[in-house]
Design a protein around this ligand. Structure first.
Ligand code: G3I
Length: 387
C-alpha cells in the first residue's frame, strides 16, 4: 500500500479499516475480527530486523544518545533479574523515590534511604542518574495540604530543593525541576495548570525553582518535563503552543533551564500521528537552544487486540514511528523508557486492559526477554543520525 509522507503505515492501515467499515453488511464482531485480521496482514510484513545482540545503551551511545529507564521504585531493590537487565540495557536510571510523597514523611524530615540505594546502584554499575521530580502538583505528601500555604510556600519550596538537589549534587545528570505545569483545560492564562505552587507563589514559581536548583547543583542539566504533546489532536496542539510559550518566556528572562522533557506516553490505538508536526515541535524547542530528552516513553496497549503477536507488532510500530522522528532532531540527547520490563509498569495498575490480559508494552517481557519493542527501539538508535 503506497503511503504518502504524511501517512504512516498505521494511518494507511486504519484507512483500510475505515473502508471496511463502509461495507456495512458485516456484524460488529466480524468487522472487528476482519479489522484485526487486516492489522495483522499490514503489520505481518513489517520487518523489525536488528543486527546482532548489542544492548540498547550501546546502540544509543554509538550515536551520542543516552538510553535509560525508570525501573519501578519498589521492585529494583528486590529483583536481581531486573537489576541484571537494567545493567545490561541501560546507561541511565531514574530513581523512583525522589518525589515529595516518597521523600517527606513529615514537614520536618527527609528520607533519602531508598533514593540513595538507587543512586548508589547506578554509580556502582557506571550508570548515570536523572532526578524526577522537584516540583509537581501531584505526589504531594498527605501533610502538605494542611501545612503549606501562601505565607510559607516559598520557604517550603526553597528548603525542599536545597535539601534534595543538594543531597544529590554532582550525582544527577539532569533533573526534572518542574513537572507538568501546563494544562490548557484548566482555563488559566497561557494554559497554566492549577497547582498549589501557582496559587501560593504565582507564575514566578517555575523560574524560582530553576534558580534554586542551579545554585545547589550547577553541574546538573535542568529540565522542564511534560506530557500530552505527541499527537495531531487539538488538545495536543494547544498544549504544544502553551509549552513553547512557557519555554520562550523562561529563556527570555534568563531562567537557568537547559532542556525540555517530552514524556511520550504514547497510545497504541491513536492514529492521529503527524510526523511533520512532531518534527516542527522538536525543531522549535531546539531553536531555543534547549536540549530535549524523551523522558517517560511507553505505549498504552489497553485498546489493542488480545492477540499477542499482533499487539507486539503494533506496539513496536508505534515505538519505531515515533522515535525515528524524534531522534532525527539532534537536540534529542536521551531516551528513557518508563520501565524496562512488562513485569513492572505503572500501566498495569493505571491503564488495565478490559480483557484483564497482562499489558505488553516495554522492551522486555515479564521474564526479561527482549520483545519486538526492543527491536523497534534498537532500530531507531541504529538508524539515528550521529550527535
Ligand atoms: O512506595 C510505596 C510502597 O511503600 C507501598 O507499599 C505501595 C502501596 O501501593 O505504594 C508505593 O508507592 C507507589 C509508587 O508509585 C511506587 O513506585 C505509589 O502508591 C504510587 O502512587 C506511585 O505511582 C507512581 C505515580 O507516578 C505517582 O507518583 C507511578 O509508579 C509512576 O509511574 C508515575 O509516574 C508519573 C511521572 O512521575 C510523571 N509523569 C506521569 C507518570 C505516570 O503517571
Amino acid at each position: 500500500m503506497k503511503i504518502n509522507h504524511f501517512l504512516t503505515r498505521r494511518h494507511a492501515l486504519y484507512l483500510g479499516l475505515g473502508s471496511l467499515a463502509g461495507l456495512g453488511s458485516l456484524t460488529t464482531n466480524k468487522l472487528i475480527n476482519s479489522c484485526y485480521a487486516n492489522q495483522f496482514i499490514a503489520h505481518q510484513h513489517r520487518s523489525f530486523y536488528v543486527q546482532g545482540n548489542t544492548p540498547l545503551k550501546t546502540r544509543a551511545a554509538k550515536k551520542g544518545i543516552i538510553y535509560g529507564a525508570d525501573c519501578g521504585s519498589l521492585e529494583l531493590q528486590s529483583q536481581p533479574e531486573l537489576q541484571a537487565a537494567v545493567i545490561q540495557e541501560c546507561a541511565m536510571l531514574v530513581p523512583g523515590f525522589l518525589k515529595w510523597n516518597m521523600l517527606r514523611p513529615n514537614p520536618a524530615s527527609f528520607n533519602f534511604t531508598r533514593g540513595d540505594w538507587y543512586v548508589n546502584f547506578a554509580q556502582k554499575n557506571k550508570m548515570l542518574t536523572r532526578g524526577h521530580t522537584l516540583v509537581w502538583y501531584d505526589a504531594l505528601p498527605k501533610w502538605f495540604k494542611e501545612t503549606v500555604n501562601k505565607q510559607n510556600a516559598r520557604q517550603f519550596l526553597e528548603e525542599h530543593i536545597k535539601k534534595v538537589a543538594g543531597h544529590y549534587a554532582g550525582k544527577m545528570h539532569s533533573w526534572d525541576v518542574v513537572n507538568e505545569a501546563i494544562n490548557v483545560p484548566d482555563g488559566l492564562p497561557n494554559g497554566w495548570r492549577k497547582s498549589p505552587w501557582l496559587e501560593f507563589l504565582g507564575t514566578d514559581y517555575i523560574d524560582l525553582a530553576f534558580r534554586i536548583t542551579s545554585e545547589v547543583d550547577p553541574q546538573s542539566l535542568l529540565f522542564y518535563n511534560d506530557f500530552g504533546l505527541e499527537y495531531d489532536k487539538p488538545e495536543h496542539e494547544a498544549k504544544r503552543t502553551a509549552v513553547l510559550k512557557l519555554l520562550e518566556k523562561l529563556k527570555s528572562q534568563g531562567t537557568p533551564i537547559h532542556g525540555f522533557g517530552m514524556q511520550s506516553h504514547l497510545d497504541g490505538h491513536e492514529t492521529r500521528f503527524n510526523p511533520q508536526k512532531l518534527r516542527n515541535f522538536f525543531r522549535d524547542i531546539a531553536s531555543l537552544g534547549l536540549k530535549i530528552m524523551i523522558t517517560e516513553l511507553d505505549v498504552v496497549d489497553k485498546k489493542l487486540p488480545k492477540d499477542i503477536d499482533l499487539r507486539d507488532r503494533i506496539v513496536a510500530s508505534v515505538y519505531e514511528d515515533y522515535l525515528s522522528v524524534a531522534l532525527d532532531e539532534k537536540a534529542v540527547i536521551g531516551v528513557i523508557t518508563w520501565g524496562l520490563s512488562d513485569r513492572y509498569t505503572w500501566l498495569a495498575e493505571f491503564h488495565r486492559r478490559d480483557d484483564q490480559e497482562p499489558v505488553r508494552l516495554l522492551p522486555l517481557d515479564t521474564q526479561m526477554q527482549r520483545k519486538l519493542s526492543w527491536n523497534a527501539i534498537a532500530r531507531t538508535f541504529d538508524n539515528a543520525p550521529q550527535r
